[in-house]
Design a protein around this ligand. Sequence first.
Ligand code: HEC
Length: 465
Amino acid sequence: MDDFAVYPVHDFGPLMKGLLIGGMGIFHVFLAQFAIGGGMLMCYFQWLALTGRDKDGTARRFVDGYFKYLVLVSFVLGALTGVGMWFTAIQVSAQTIGMMVREFHWLWATEWTFFSLEVISGYLFYRYGPCLGDRMRMKLLAVYSIAAWFSLFWINGIISWQLTPGEWLQSGDVFDGFFNPGFWPSLVYRSIACMVIAGLAACVVINTMKLEPESRRRLLERATHFILPMILMPVPGIWYLLVMPAQSRQWILGGSAAMTLFLNIAVAASVLVGAYAWIALWRQRLNINGATSTLLLALAFAASAGGEFVREGVRKPYTIRQTLYSNSITPEKVAWLREHGSASIDPYPILDASEYPNDQVLEGARVFRFQCSVCHTVSGVNGLIHLAGTWTDDQKRMNIAKLQFTKSFMPPFAGPPREVESLVQWINWQKAGKPDEWLASNDPAKLESIARWLDEAGTRQGNGG
Ligand code: HEC
């Protein structure tokens, strides 16, 4: 397969593409993690029933009740949003998802078999659980939760590889990529997250059940066992921070306001849940009520969302570190594109091309779509005319030519001086409200300056990252 195939991209208007996929990812991860943790929790409660620890039968009632539907709904919705992820991924970055599928083909197929097992055993339990004996129920739930956890195991290797490909960069070995430096901390972190989410959701559900106070207390205490591991979360959290690229670490520790803010939200929300679990549930043996558990579950969602946002964000300017830039250009290809141009290799038509006042502005629109549109919109989220609209022309020329130094979130500019100038003219034309007439600029001295700036910037990412 040609590694430089150009795929058509979908334009989501003012909504940034990265944000779209990130937003979908947050829901998907939360639901999928709940389905995994929920399986473990049902297993635990079923084990209580099997081993005679569930004297009043409430644990079994819980497993057969409302909670079962919740886990089922989350795993159906988790699967649907999973398909949604594929659907958006191919529209936003076919190149990235293509490279992931090519690299991890069989491992992804393996993940799929575990997922199938999860679906089948989950459905069997839903359908036949109530009429089966405790031993058989236990087996079915064990299959469900082991399969669910293993689907996390497999996907975790592929996703963590994107940020920390590690040895794979040199060896190209699929298992070097899979068991990359981020694999274990991320797996431990996510496994704990699965348990905590399930424990909190269980507390919400238990509070809606009609139970004797003593039975309720006992059930809640047992669900709390799933929330307490939260206290260990800083260990894989810090471990992950240590294995991530230095540059990414700098961003979340202050270098980028947005990243730092989201990390802080994730940490603060986690600390609140953890502190409540430790102080109220463990030390003081308080019973968690419906309102509190719902609030804590919402905090857990905020923590997940913040964490996923950071994980997606710190990969910039790569979708696969040192291998593929977010705009689907490989680092090796930049020099070639500098010479031959980027706009001309994108074969897809520009929408309403006849409304552009001249060929230069039209070329600018192509360059924008090809190189910038994955992270920028024209005037919506991270809109270019907001960011660069007030700059002088030379400022635009230089900052775009030296893109990877302007902000280290961005890849190097991958086109000849002419394309920088087209982009500048396109920004100016957009900023001016898209007038019908627009004079093309063709001052050779300007192009010479741009050429010098491009040379100064080089074709590589600024800080060796
Ligand atoms: C990998 C994602 C990504 C790509 C690709 C990308 N940018 Fe950016 N760009 C960003 C981020 C993130 C910022 C920071 C936004 C902020 O500070 O709010 C940014 C900021 C900017 C700024 C403002 C810089 C400043 O100092 O205020 C300009 C101008 C800009 N980008 C232009 C471009 C152009 C032109 C392209 C295409 C040739 C491009 N970007 C491609 C992610 C990207």
